[in-house]
Design a protein around this ligand. Structure first.
Ligand SMILES: Nc1ncnc2c1ncn2[C@@H]1O[C@H](COP(=O)(O)OP(=O)(O)OP(=O)(O)O)[C@@H](O)[C@H]1O
Ligand SMILES: [Mg+2]
Length: 294
């Protein structure tokens, strides 16, 4: 069976995209699915959180051995030969254990160099006479083909998108079977949600999944203001011509979701990584997504 691509995206920053992406990767892997995380954000937060305790060194290793998304772009657009995204995968990336076994999570890491490479790519190709549209097309076609290829190797491919929307992000969103949009139910975040769902998404050619983005309420404090906004978001999802659906799991604001892998020690269990109420919430979200992917 062909693997499923799940993207976690929102043009708004700090809403819990990376936390959602990595925690879900661990939940899917704990269930026995071959899981890949693709980190598309030059902040490399997902890479660090997947790598866990030795995150710094392991990310450095991936960068030094040219195994990042940045190298993927470099090789394909400035290098001598075409290389598939699968050639940039770090296997056995996670140190988290479940029922005595290390989770089978692979990672395409990212690096801070991505920003410079993306800029160089635009300068280089525009100086060769390519339009922005043509450049996006070239990057998009290449990445789309490689994602299709990866579906054969993995059951679940989770893409952590950066807050800004790049050509790579647009391609990944268009190729996704499921698009999750983490959103804090507060005034500022709903402005961001309107922008992302009303403006960014309609411009993409999404041809897979049911097309609807699934909004995930995150960092919920249960304040009066957040409750009002959450209700309004849920009502918005239920209206006649809705352009998004709402997941019923709500992620509470709790330090249990704000992991620091360095404090966890060697080979933490899933329950240690997501302590307290976090594991139960993660389990509910995971179950909901399994149903949606059927
Ligand atoms: N449910 C939560 N409760 C409390 N803190 C959280 C929760 N989820 C995430 N955080 C913390 O909030 C911050 C932002 O989370 P995260 O990095 O996942 O967001 P993001 O959307 O990926 O950010 P960016 O846009 O910068 O990529 C982090 O410090 C994280 O540890
Ligand atoms: Mg992030």
């Amino acid at each position: 069976m062909s693997g499923k691509i799940i993207s976690i995206a929102n043009s708004k920053g700090g809403v819990g995209k990376t936390t959602t992406c990595v925690s879900l990767a661990e939940a899917f892997a704990a269930e026995g699915r071959r899981t890949l995380v693709v980190d598309l954000d030059m902040q490399a937060n997902a890479s660090m959180i997947v790598f866990g305790r030795g995150g710094d060194e392991r990310l450095y290793e991936a960068i030094a051995s040219h195994k990042t998304v940045t190298d993927y772009l470099d090789e394909n657009f400035f290098g001598e030969r075409m290389m598939r995204l699968s050639e940039f995968v770090t296997p056995r990336a996670s140190d988290v254990t479940h029922t005595g076994r290390t989770l089978d999570i692979s990672l395409v890491a990212c690096s801070p160099g991505l920003r410079r490479t993306e800029r160089s790519l635009i300068y280089e190709l525009t100086s060769q006479g390519f339009s922005m549209h043509a450049i996006e097309g070239r990057v998009g076609n290449r990445l789309t083909a490689d994602l299709e290829h990866l579906r054969k190797e993995f059951d679940i491919i989770l893409c952590d998108c950066p807050p800004g929307i790049s050509a790579m992000t647009e391609t990944v969103l268009a190729a996704s079977d499921l698009l999750i949009v983490p959103t804090i139910p507060d005034f500022m975040s709903t402005l961001g949600l309107d922008l992302f769902i009303g403006d960014v998404l309609p411009q993409l050619n999404r041809d897979s999944g049911d097309g609807l983005p699934y909004v995930l309420a995150t960092r919920f404090t249960n304040s009066a203001h957040q409750r009002i906004v959450l209700n309004a978001m849920a009502e918005g999802a239920e209206g006649g011509d809705t352009d998004y659906a709402m997941l019923s799991t709500i992620i509470p604001a709790t330090p249990d979701f704000a992991v620091n892998p360095i404090e966890l020690g060697h080979a933490p269990t899933l329950a240690q990584k997501w302590p307290g109420e976090a594991l139960g919430t993660l389990d509910a979200l995971h179950k909901e997504l399994v149903e949606l992917l059927k």
